[in-house]
Design a protein around this ligand. Structure first.
Ligand code: NAP
Length: 280
């Protein structure tokens, strides 16, 4: 029930009507019986400063920030957490002691999905990461926090973009090796697709070059979540390799935002069901 005491959470984006976040968060709110409601706000770029002022004035309990505002919002909050600063994007804003603090929960989301769903308590020494866009920045940040990873092969269509990302996150050039998408990935223990290849409506495409042979010892995570079963994941399953879709990353990054806002760890399974039943 929405009452006078109900606290408001939300997501700002442009466009935003397609988002699964309200379904995901409201499912957790209902399961926990908390006095919150989560809504989507369509905010155009020119309206972003007013929206953040509005968050302060209305006393919103928290916001998710999605495309195209994740970078611009960094200048509008009072403080940016270290992780979000290094990743270069904020996806969560929370009022903390009267100040708006920007966080990035994507790195947590991907690493928690790998740990819980992929069973990877320890990471393999060699990992391949495909892509060098916004999502890849967060994934690479998460991977580089793990000392047991000796080398990340960062492969992207535009190699210069991967080089720039590697310079940013691995300035000494010690652990990240850059190459084109055709680079060899046969002997890595974990392969993560963070390109948009395979995403709806190009569901027949795979980021791996034709003829690539995956081994059964390579865990494959495709962070694309629309569709949930991509061509890459079908290739992994055919090779007998553990295959994970992007639903877990989406749910765990949402769970971390939820915990920042409410102080309560939400039921992630319920959030996943919310996404699947909502407008994912
Ligand atoms: P982005 O910043 O636009 O980056 C897109 C990436 O895909 C770049 O590396 C780009 O390579 C590559 N790419 C796109 N089309 C390509 C093509 N035809 N051939 C080769 N490479 C291509 O996008 P993003 O925000 O990083 O998102 C990437 C994907 O991750 C999307 O599918 C998104 O839905 C998904 N995602 C999932 C989650 C989750 O929680 N599961 C979170 C965030 C994003 P170039 O640099 O060469 O252009």
């Amino acid at each position: 029930m929405i009452a006078g005491s109900t606290q408001v959470l939300g997501v700002i984006g442009d466009p935003v009507a397609h988002t699964a976040s309200p379904a995901m968060h409201n499912a957790a709110i209902a399961a926990l019986g908390l006095d919150y409601a989560y809504v989507a706000f369509h905010v155009r770029p020119q309206g972003l400063p007013a929206a953040i002022d509005g968050m302060r004035a209305l006393g919103l309990a928290g916001l998710n920030v999605t495309v195209p505002h994740k970078v611009a919002v960094m200048d509008l909050v009072d403080e940016v957490a270290e992780e979000a600063r290094v990743i270069g994007a904020v996806n969560t804003v929370a009022p903390i002691d009267g100040r708006l603090v920007g966080y990035n929960t994507d790195a947590y989301g991907v690493m928690e999905s790998l740990r819980v769903q992929g069973g990877l308590e320890a990471m393999p020494p060699r990992v391949a990461l495909l892509g060098a866009g916004g999502a890849a920045r967060a994934v690479l940040y998460g991977l580089l926090q793990r000392p047991e990873i000796e080398q990340v092969l960062l492969l992207n269509r535009t190699v210069e973009r991967a080089e720039a990302l590697a310079r940013d996150l691995d300035p000494g050039g010690k652990r990240v090796v850059v190459g084109p998408l055709t680079g060899p990935v046969a002997d890595v223990g974990l392969l993560i697709n963070s390109t948009s290849i395979g995403m709806h409506p190009h569901e027949d495409a795979s980021p791996l070059p034709a003829g690539t042979v995956l081994g059964p010892h390579t865990t494959v995570l495709d962070i694309v979540y629309k569709p949930l079963q991509t061509r890459l994941l079908r290739q992994a399953e055919k090779a007998g390799a553990p295959a994970l879709n992007g639903l877990g990353m989406l749910a765990y990054q949402g769970a971390r935002s939820f915990e920042i806002w409410t102080g309560v760890k939400p039921p992630v399974e319920v959030m996943m069901q919310g996404i699947l039943g909502g407008a994912a």
